[in-house]
Unconditional design. Structure first.
Length: 164
């Protein structure tokens, strides 16, 4: 298993946030993780408590308000039900850091994800030429994203405020 292999390599593994050592971190990343977590607000709260003053938390998440989510509907691969328990929008994620008094440093997009998600979506819909149609779907998603700011996958960066 991956866990056994990591342990053989000397990697320290933790099953929960509470098992982490009592240290604070400069950066915490959740790359396509939060949508899988049953109680994401509690998890974020625990992780933010682990940030050093001035530390950052970086989250990459699918955006259900993207062009490809709209076009593919139930076949949109990033819905990934039942593994994805939650679906987030950039409006919500841009507002959320204020819950903890964090600074929102903004968001960017992962441009390759649009192509990957569109190809998978075409395959889920069992469309012929899924690679070609998926490439075009990813391209259209980028064009839409440039106009609206609603890209397929967004990366959000929040910063823990430094005390005065």
């Amino acid at each position: 298993s991956a866990r056994a292999s990591a342990q053989q390599q000397g990697v320290n593994l933790f099953s929960s946030i509470s098992e982490l050592p009592e240290v604070q971190f400069d950066v915490i990343t959740l790359w396509h993780v939060l949508e899988h977590v049953p109680n994401y607000l509690e998890t974020l709260d625990q992780l933010i408590q682990k940030l050093k003053p001035g530390g950052q938390i970086i989250l990459a998440l699918p955006n259900y308000k993207s062009y490809d989510a709209h076009i593919y509907g139930t076949h949109w691969a990033a819905y990934d039900v039942p593994r994805h328990l939650w679906h987030f929008s950039s409006d919500y994620m841009d507002h959320l850091p204020s819950t903890w008094g964090l600074d929102n440093l903004g968001h960017k997009h992962l441009w390759m994800d649009a192509f990957y998600i569109a190809v998978l979506s075409e395959q889920y819909a069992q469309n012929k030429w899924s690679w070609i149609k998926g490439f075009m779907g990813g391209l259209h998603s980028h064009i839409y994203g440039r106009r609206t700011g609603q890209y397929s996958t967004m990366v959000y960066t929040w910063k823990h405020k430094t005390p005065n």
